[in-house]
Design a protein around this ligand. Structure first.
Ligand code: ATP
Ligand code: MG
Length: 332
């Protein structure tokens, strides 16, 4: 059997540079080696956006455009809408018996996200238990590999635990998945926050036009201890240089800028101008491919429906095996 990849994104907004280096880049690189499923996790997005489900509708389309824009090949990769594979809900329910409340309470990513979201009426059970449904997402497609950013490692660990428990109890049906981190496991935000994230409003989007990109770069957080261009500056932990390291292919230019920055011999404006140029180069072909697909909405819709249909067939196959292993086939 060809090895599989499953990964995905919540349709809570367009995709950004963090998604690219954390996960998209690996998906594009590995799409011809692995049978690849990419899940648009709308059900998971509902766990903290249930009061405004209409927000997800347009974003399902936007996220798909971003996938196609970075070079995911629709002839090869299955783009899947989570809510259109109801078998995922069924597997989630079975998995709920295999995880303790205490384990969920300890999940560091969930803890961190709960703090960030500041739920007014307490934490919805759906949000709190999303690591379980994410385990169902991965395992229903029998994925071997899950390309993700660092924040997702506890989720993959949880999925591995569930698989071990399931296979020990019921027989070896499921595959224990492995996480694969991207070139940058956690890209910081433009505001200096440790993570660029849709929910934090500190993003550079893959679809940002040049004038928006320029504004975002020019207003980036740099070294707060540096007041004048002649003050020696810090390169480490400075997101402007993290982005240079990641997206500027001209390594000599980057080293030379760092050197002058440390000595207090270059202004922020020049460093940012050069970053803008590098990012603009990086984004130009992505924007162009996005525009091609934006002009063909019927084709995009077809890609989503086709991918979802194929993925659902895979999910149904796994569920037959799951039910049989769990002895739930009373009348077969
Ligand atoms: P939200 O704020 O709605 O949770 P998000 O920006 O965190 O959005 P997700 O859809 O939750 O994006 O994450 C999709 C994938 O992208 C995950 O694998 C995640 O680890 C990865 N990812 C997201 N942000 C970053 C980042 N800043 N650096 C590296 N990887 C990232
Ligand atoms: Mg997230």
């Amino acid at each position: 059997m060809e090895k599989r990849i499953l990964t995905g994104d919540r349709p809570t907004g367009r995709l950004h540079l963090g998604h690219y280096v954390g996960s998209l880049q690996n998906r594009v690189r590995l799409q011809h080696e692995y049978d690849t499923y990419v899940l648009i996790a709308d059900v998971q997005a509902l766990t903290d956006n249930f009061e405004h489900p209409q927000m997800l509708r347009q974003n399902v389309f936007e996220v798909t455009l971003d996938y196609l824009a970075v070079g995911l090949d629709p002839e090869r990769v299955k783009i899947v809408v989570q809510s259109m594979v109801p078998e995922l809900a069924e597997l989630t329910i079975y998995f709920m018996n295999l995880v303790t409340v205490a384990t969920l309470e300890r999940n560091p990513t969930v803890k961190e996200e709960i703090k960030q979201r500041n739920f007014k009426r307490g934490v919805p059970v759906g949000f709190w238990s999303y690591p379980i449904s994410q385990a169902a997402d991965i395992t229903i497609f029998k994925a071997h590999l899950v390309p993700v950013g660092e924040d997702q490692l506890p989720m993959i660990e949880q999925a591995r635990e569930i698989v071990r428990r399931f296979n020990t109890l019921y027989g070896k049906v499921l595959i224990e998945p492995k996480a694969m981190l991207g070139e940058v496991a956690r890209l910081p935000g433009t505001d200096g926050n440790a993570k660029m994230s849709k929910s934090l409003g500190n993003c550079i989007y893959l679809s940002d036009p040049p004038e928006v990109l320029r504004k975002r770069v020019m207003s980036m957080f740099t070294d707060p201890t540096r007041i004048h261009p002649t003050d020696p500056g810090h390169v480490e932990g400075n997101p402007v240089f993290t982005y240079h390291d990641t997206f500027n292919p001209n390594k000599n230019e980057v080293e030379e800028l760092k050197d002058r920055y440390r000595k207090g011999a270059v202004g922020d404006v020049e460093v940012k101008e050069k970053l803008f140029a590098a990012l603009d180069n990086f984004l130009a072909p992505i924007r162009a491919r996005r525009a091609e697909y934006e002009a063909k909405p019927d084709r995009v819709k077809e890609i989503i429906l086709e991918g979802t249909k194929k993925a659902r067939a895979t999910a149904q196959q796994t569920m037959e095996e799951v039910r049989a292993a769990m002895k739930l086939t009373y009348f077969a």
